[in-house]
Write a protein that binds this ligand. Structure first.
Ligand code: GUN
Ligand code: FE
Length: 422
């Protein structure tokens, strides 16, 4: 397919965390899948390229979901009255155990991949389950979807029910190698090492995963400092560690290679400094943090301290797959934190949430999340004509409405790396 073309419309992207670049009726030029820039008129050397005219529509960068559990999409919104650890035991583990059954895995994952493909998300970092065949099925579907994703076969060899627990570190590591061998031909859905979280991995498993990371150079994702009950448990399990992040760091599993830690609701100054030093990406998942009574993460602090931070739906801790919705949730959660917890920190703004959902999380994938020269051309065309208004709204106001209404029906076209998905 020809990956050199221009999109015309009302183009919006983040310039900095605080400022949006708004270009009404401009051209975003894509050459071989890479963004050349945004122009009032087509530059001479591009006079002959195809132009897709979306005048009157909004064009934004594709969104990144930095943390979601693909197998949990099937039961999203059920059992939301529990806190994290009870929810894992009562809902999540029994549900994930179903992915032993490949018929079920095919049905469940095809629904998830279809919905992700239709959404405004172009890139995602996803958890599978511990099952190798089901995780391969998920990855093959994603590979064919046109999206750019990372997927992890989950490692868990303790503190889990028999139906969802690997026998020991050795068998978990062997399964991981078999899984990796089956990922070699994939180009758009790549493997990421995925110890579920510290309570579900023995020391021997963490040590083995560290060795595997060193050998393969693969990225890593896990959960960190999400919920008070979980943090107290980690303190019991690792009394020698200075904190949750330190417990990962002792195994060499806390950055130094591309690493995502989901949640970070309760990370103290020492943990934050270590994340910053080690280049760890924070996946901020505000809706999940509300649903599972985890809290309100200090997003303002993370932005002010210049941390890598993106947004995650955390399906099914979060019920909504939409990263537009995650942007609105991030602002609302930050406002509650400011009002109820810490009035010295101002709430984050919508442009800051938009930045996290585009450039912030996109940076995990490279130059992603803006229409600047050299960035991957990931674009979403939004049609808000089903949201009539008597007001004369600016492009920025129209985008704000779409974010707060978080309706994927507004997404009419999507491009990833200059490839048109629909
Ligand atoms: N911590 C360990 N596993 C999970 C999970 O599946 N969801 C969330 N939100 N936190 C976790
Ligand atoms: Fe999660």
């Amino acid at each position: 397919m020809n990956r050199t073309f221009a999109l015309k419309g009302d183009i919006i992207f983040s310039q900095t965390p605080q400022t949006l670049a708004v270009h009404p009726s401009h051209y975003a030029v894509c050459e071989d899948g890479i963004c050349v820039g945004v122009f009032t008129q087509l530059p001479k050397q591009f006079a002959e390229i195809p132009v897709m005219d979306h005048s009157g529509k909004l064009i934004i960068p594709g969104l990144t979901d930095l943390h979601a559990h693909a197998p949990q999409y099937a039961f999203r919104s059920l059992g939301m009255d529990l806190e994290l650890l009870d929810w894992l035991n009562a809902q999540t583990f029994p549900q994930e155990a179903r992915y032993q059954d490949l018929d079920y895995a095919c049905r469940a994952y095809s629904i998830f991949v279809d919905d992700l493909r239709r959404s405004a998300t172009t890139r995602a970092a996803l958890f599978g389950t511990l099952h190798v065949p089901a995780t391969h099925i998920l990855m093959q579907m994603l590979e064919e979807s046109g999206l750019e994703t990372f997927v992890g076969k989950v490692n868990m060899d303790r503190n889990s029910p028999d139906v969802l627990c690997e026998a020991d570190a050795q068998s978990s590591l062997e399964a991981t190698r078999i899984w990796l061998a089956g990922c070699q031909d994939l180009k758009h859905c790549l493997p990421i090492l995925t110890p579920r979280f510290l309570p579900s991995c023995t020391d021997a498993l963490m040590e083995g995963l560290h060795r595997l990371q060193q050998e393969t150079g693969l990225p890593v994702q896990s959960h960190l400092s999400e919920n008070q009950g979980e943090i107290a448990w980690v303190r019991e399990l690792c009394p020698e560690a200075r904190g949750y992040g330190d417990a990962y760091d002792r195994f060499g599993m806390f950055g130094g290679c591309p690493t995502i830690m989901a949640h970070c609701v309760w990370s103290d100054a020492e943990e934050r400094a270590r994340m910053k030093q080690n280049g760890v990406f924070i996946a901020h998942c505000p809706q999940s943090n509300i649903n599972l009574s985890s809290g309100a993460a200090p997003a303002r602090t993370y932005l002010d301290e210049g941390m890598h931070i993106g947004l995650g739906s955390d399906i099914a801790g979060g019920t909504h797959l939409s990263i537009l919705r995650a942007m609105a949730d991030a602002v609302q959660s930050s406002k509650l934190r400011w009002r109820l917890l810490d009035q010295s920190l101002s709430p984050i703004t919508l442009p800051e949430a938009f930045w996290m959902g585009t450039r912030g999380g996109g940076a995990f994938f490279g130059k992603v999340g803006a229409f600047e020269a050299g960035f991957a051309f990931d674009a979403v065309v939004l049609d808000d004509s089903d949201l009539p208004s008597p007001l004369d709204l600016t492009p920025e106001e129209r985008l704000t409405r779409i974010i707060y209404l978080s309706d994927d029906r507004a997404v009419i076209h999507k491009y990833v790396d200059g490839r048109k998905l629909f």
